[in-house]
Design a protein around this ligand. Structure first.
Ligand code: ACO
Length: 316
């Protein structure tokens, strides 16, 4: 599997920490110190599906392939306005593709789950070109009165086109250790004549400290596994592209690997945590501004609600 195109799309509205502090009991100082986040982009008039399609068009354009040569579209999304059809079906129409489409919900590790699925489809010969779109609007499932969650998230979309290529994925490892109580969002379902039970609805519930601990231990474990399987040492990696959740989580992983800070690029200070889109948006920025070059060794690692996690070593 080889990445031949990337794209991203962000909402126009920038929301600063001070703007949040005008209605939440928080401050720019607290948010910056505990998370590294300074601003985030939040959806106002955009739709997530349009943003996903916009990112996809940019990725297809960079790849140089004909849109009709896309054999599969996989969208990674936690929640959006439509429960059905899948977001990928709508993206297909907006980009003008003609192929099977499905969505997956791998929380913030969704991009890595999608890469793993795509790698399998390419290896079996069922597909030559696959479009992966990660589009997320976590702002729509936060409780806007809860200062511990709302400050963390931003909305955004990222996309990649992958095709067949030798030796680009050196190792990939996905994991799930079921523990939903630490991070979940429960949405409303319709009541029926046969089930008038209590509606279970909860905007995002998070035990921040537990998630922090699980994130660091899962990510370091996954990276060590992948590194070992690919026969790499930490210094071989050009960049560690980690899920953009919290600068302190990234710093803990960096310390474990004992590698220089320059190898751990971030954009969470500008965009916050955009769930599964975060790593793709970062990758797209770095490819477009020339920081990531062909031949670079990338270590991707992400974690999220489930608790799910994964890592992937790949040559760009
Ligand atoms: N502003 C000011 N004070 C706050 C805020 C805020 N926004 N949020 C919490 N506090 C307070 C708490 O109430 C607590 O006060 P208390 O001591 O009086 O009880 C105090 O700050 C410390 O709270 P902690 O939870 O211990 O703070 P911590 O240092 O752990 O930072 C944070 C909290 C930033 C949420 C951190 O735990 C974290 O980043 N965890 C990981 C969260 C994450 O990454 N989630 C998403 C990952 S998966 C995915 O991407 C979906």
């Amino acid at each position: 599997m080889k990445i031949i195109g990337t794209g991203s799309s962000l909402p126009a509205k920038t929301v600063t920490n001070d703007m949040l502090a005008s209605f939440l009991d928080t401050s720019d100082e607290w948010i910056t110190e505990r998370t590294g986040i300074k601003t985030r982009r939040l959806i106002t008039t955009e739709t997530l599906i349009d943003m996903g399609a916009d990112a996809a068009k940019k990725a297809i354009n960079m790849s140089g392939i004909d849109v009709k040569d896309i054999d599969y579209i996989i969208c990674s999304n936690v929640a959006n306005n439509f429960v059905t059809p899948a977001m990928s079906c709508m993206v297909e129409g907006l980009v003008g593709a003609d192929c099977p489409c499905f969505d997956l919900n791998g929380a913030c590790a969704g991009f890595l789950f999608a890469l793993d699925m795509a790698d399998g489809l390419l290896k079996t010969g069922r597909a030559h070109n696959i479009l992966i779109v990660c589009a997320e609007e976590p702002s729509k499932f936060c409780n806007w009165e809860a200062r511990d969650t709302t400050i963390l998230f931003g909305d955004g979309a990222g996309a990649v086109v992958v095709t067949r290529g030798d030796d680009h994925v050196l190792s990939i490892k996905m994991s799930t250790k079921s523990k939903y109580e630490s991070l979940y969002y429960q949405r409303k379902m319709e009541l029926t004549p046969y089930d008038q039970g209590t509606e279970l609805y909860n905007p995002l519930v998070m035990d921040g400290r537990d998630v922090f601990r699980m994130a660091v231990s899962a990510s370091t474990r996954d990276i060590d596994y992948v590194m070992n399987e690919a026969n790499l040492s930490p210094s071989d990696i050009t960049y560690y592209l980690l899920h953009q959740a919290n600068l302190r989580i990234i710093e803990s992983i960096r310390k474990h690997l004992d590698q220089p800070i320059e190898k751990f690029p971030t954009n969470l200070e500008r965009y916050g945590n955009t769930s599964s889109a975060s790593m793709v948006i970062l990758m797209d920025e770095m490819i477009r501004d020339g920081r990531i070059k062909r031949g670079d060794l990338l270590m991707l690692s992400a974690f999220g609600a489930g608790f799910v996690s994964g890592a992937c070593a790949m040559r760009y």
